[in-house]
Design a protein around this ligand. Sequence first.
Ligand code: NAD
Length: 294
Amino acid sequence: MRTIGVIGLGNMGRGMALSLRRRGFAVIGYDPAPAARAASAADGVAVAEGPRALWQACEAVVLSLPTPDVVEAVLLGSDGPLHGAKSGPDGKADLLVIDTSTSHPDVTRRIAAALEPAGIALVDAPVSGGPKGAHAATLTMVIGGSDAAVARAEPVLAAMSATRVHVGGVGAGHVTKLANNLLCAAHLITAAEAVRMARDAGVDPERLLAGINAGSGRSGVTQVNFPTWVLNGAFDSGFTMTLMRKDVRLAEALIGALDLDLPLSAEVGRLWRDSAATAPDDADFNAIVKLQLA
Ligand code: NAD
């Protein structure tokens, strides 16, 4: 595979495009936002005026889009690959789509079923590691797709990530990513409550975290988020409140669709929903700790 498209050149997609180029792929990007297009063009990435050029020119197209609705519009809309992908020797489209967005597994499976008869394979490969990981190609991916599609995607995935876990068929990556982010969303709140308790009981937060990180209460939040973005006041992870609220909402939607009663998850959902009143959409997602640590 030589030519790869990237649709969505935001905080994550811009870095992914650069990582793919570093690995020797020709990359064509597209984003409707002029600022995103200009930033990628300044990076030296070829930027198209619309997505149709990508379906025609690329063997694989990577998506990094904000919500499931946008993913569905891009893939099943009138400018989508069903109306523009180039054909292989059997007359069917010869295209692989890799969705790195955090999306809803039911939407992913519905899209995959609509693309499959036309010969377009879909792999969901949502990521952790933030914009820095996207630029450095050190992302972690949880991957859903058939063995054949994931094997075909491997060179492209490997150019963007350091760790890849194939968790099941199409949609399984998005189930896993929602479970991961539900835990991260919960851990931010519980860690803030624990730090608040200990601080008010006279223990310095940095020493508290050193103790917790040597013990069984540790998590990615206590090991990474608090030292990197919270205790130093930086709040500059590159992942926004609006995106984490979206992820928690998607996890709640999945729990609802499965008809499950998960009380702690419901409370986490309520706290993140209510945070819209105090933390703006473009604030860093770690700002949820300010419920306790303002
Ligand atoms: P972002 O808002 O910075 O970028 C999304 C880009 O998609 C924007 O540039 C936007 O203009 C573009 N876009 C919107 N509609 C489009 C369309 N119809 N066609 C093409 N492009 C369109 O978001 P991000 O932080 O880069 O996140 C992208 C995805 O990755 C999200 O699903 C997010 O949840 C996930 N994610 C983000 C992070 C992070 O740290 N930022 C980490 C893991 C996963």
